[in-house]
Structures are given as C-alpha cells and as structure tokens.
Design a protein around this ligand. Structure first.
Ligand code: SAM
Length: 310
C-alpha cells in the first residue's frame, strides 16, 4: 500500500537536499533575466537561468505531483523497499551504487529523484526563458495564465516589466510559495501580479483585462497535480474542462489579442481546432539540454475583431 506521511517540514528538508538554492543565487539569476529582457546579454534558449527562482519557491510542492503508479516522489521514498522489488528499479539502484554514483557525490535523495525521473515521472517546468521568448515576441500589456503552475510565467513577466500578469491556479498549496515569489519579484519589477487561487472554470473573465493568453494546462491524465479535479475519461475532460475553459478564457480576451497554449497534440486536434480553427503559428521549444531531442509545441491563435467568440 502506498503511504505518504511526511510533514511539510520534512518534505522541505528533502527537497532542499536535492536542490539547495541560495537567495544570492536567485538574486543573480533575476538580474541576468532582466538584462536578457533588455537585450543586454545573450543567453542560449536552452539555458536554465531563472529555473532556480522557480525552484526556490515551488519545488517542494512540485514533488507532490503524482506520476505513474499513482505516486508522488515523497511516496516513492517512503515505499522504496516495495519499489526495490521491481527489477528495473533494483537495476537502477545497483547502477547508481556501482557506477554512476560510486564516489557518493550525490546524496540519497538526489539519487532517488533521478531514478524517479527516469522510471516514474519527471515533473517539468516551462522555463522562465521560454515564457520570456514568447512574451517578447508579442509585447503584451496584460497576460492571462489560467493554469499558472510553478511560477515561471510570473518571473518572466516581471523580468520584462510587463504591466500586468494574472495567474489562476487551482492548487491552493501554491498560495504561500507564490506570496514569497511575489515579494521577491516586487523588489525588481513594477509588474502587477494578480494571483487568483481558484478553479479557472469559476472565474468571470469579463471582469479581467488581458490582451494575451499563454498557459499550459494539464495533458489529460499524464500527471496529477495536487487539488485538481479528477475526470474519468478523456471525453469527460474535453466536455467539462477543456471546452468550457478555452471558450471562457478566449471570450474574455481583448479583440486583436493573442491566445497561445502549450498542450498535447490530441487536445489541439480534438478541442482547440474545433473551437478556434487552425492556429496561425506553432512554435517549438526544447524542454532542456538533457532532453534536447524532444520538443514541446506552443499553438497560437489571434482573436480577430469579427471573431464569433468576441
Ligand atoms: C502543466 S501544469 C502548468 C505548469 C506550468 N506551465 C509551469 O511550467 O509552471 C498545469 C497546472 O494547471 C493547474 N490546474 C489544473 N486544473 C486547473 C483549474 N481548473 N483551474 C486552475 N488551474 C488548474 C494545475 O494545478 C497545474 O499547476
């Protein structure tokens, strides 16, 4: 049986052993992002600069995300003896002990996290630099990010001094981490960050002003985020989640505004194209240096004045 009995404090101690990020480090990263925004620095699009800011505030919560076998990373640790019985986990642990980590440079939790990433699920973030690239391309005044996630969007909007960033997030356990993140970002930026911790389906979008949407909603059931509504089938999720959510958020978008979504191809083909027609643009961005043979796609629509959803 899978059990999870770590307290929040214990979870924080574990996550800090995996990513021990100092405040000085995130201050440096923020300065670099701001310089990049002003075109003062050349940073590779694959760079991880800015990721530590996101991780500093939300990594502990990110590890609560449930992957394959219906477990999150903390549950994987607790139940490691059970998982050891699986041949491939056993092999991997052996490989780390005898080859990859034979000098014991990586601590116990880091090794388990790497094994969890490979064999169960790596919980990726969209890097702040990816958000910055797309924000820079369209120069929005006010961004709506209705599945805000781990904070990369707020970091990017602040680094670029965009007037307003509205983030909506159903996972209320992210509320505290975002308070810390917003305090940090306010030291560098005048961007007005409005985080709303509610179900994005329950928002009245006509009360919000936004000329740009970019978000990354869940990809069906690939990962289960904390405090999310569970749907029993893809059809149900299309009808009760994607269709009403995309329709409402598009309706509230200013005419002439841009609607950009990072989601799996299946949702694009079964839902988004039916709602908005073919995208005007599709961008690919690399997830990370390590996974550089795997591209993620961002689909872009423009809301015309005469659009039926207007
Ligand atoms: C794929 S993650 C977004 C990750 C984000 N792009 C990042 O890199 O930080 C999807 C997010 O949508 C949130 N979410 C799911 N259903 C939601 C809903 N109905 N309303 C608001 N947020 C929701 C989840 O809690 C999760 O944080």
């Amino acid at each position: 049986m899978i059990v999870d009995y770590f307290s929040f404090q214990q979870k924080e101690e574990i996550s800090k052993q995996i990513k021990n990020i100092s405040y000085t480090k995130i201050e440096k990263e923020m300065t670099l992002l701001i310089d990049f925004g002003k075109n003062n620095t050349n940073i590779s699009t694959l760079s991880r600069i800015g990721n530590d800011i996101v991780d500093y505030f939300t990594f502990t919560q990110r590890l609560n995300t449930i992957g394959k076998y219906n477990i999150n990373f903390y549950e994987f640790i607790i139940n490691i003896d059970e998982f050891r019985k699986k041949k491939y986990i056993q092999n991997m642990l052996h490989y780390y002990e005898t080859v990859k980590n034979k000098n014991k440079k990586k601590n116990y939790y880091t090794v388990l996290k790497e094994i969890y990433n490979i064999s169960i699920s790596s919980i990726n973030i969209i890097r702040p630099l990816v958000y910055m690239e797309i924000y820079k391309k369209y120069s929005p005044k006010s961004i709506l990010d209705f599945c805000a996630g781990w904070g990369g969007g707020a970091v990017a909007a602040s680094a670029l001094q965009i007037d307003s960033y509205i983030g909506i997030e159903i996972n209320t356990n992210l509320q505290k981490p975002y308070e810390g993140l917003i305090d940090f970002l306010n030291k560098y930026s005048k961007t007005n960050i409005n985080m709303i911790f509610k179900n994005a389906l329950d928002i009245d979008y006509s009360t919000l002003y936004y000329d740009f949407v970019f978000t990354s909603p869940p990809y069906y059931f690939i990962q289960k985020y904390e405090n999310n509504t569970e749907y029993t089938s893809k059809k149900e999720m299309n009808e009760l989640f994607y269709i009403p959510l995309f329709t409402k958020t598009y309706q509230g978008l200013q005419p002439g505004g841009i609607y950009a979504i990072n989601v799996c191809k299946e949702v694009v083909e079964t839902v988004l194209i039916n709602l908005f027609g073919k995208p005007i643009d599709v961008y690919s961005y690399k997830k990370s240096k390590r996974q550089n043979n795997y591209d993620e796609l961002i689909y872009v629509w423009k809301k015309l004045d005469c659009n039926i959803y207007h």
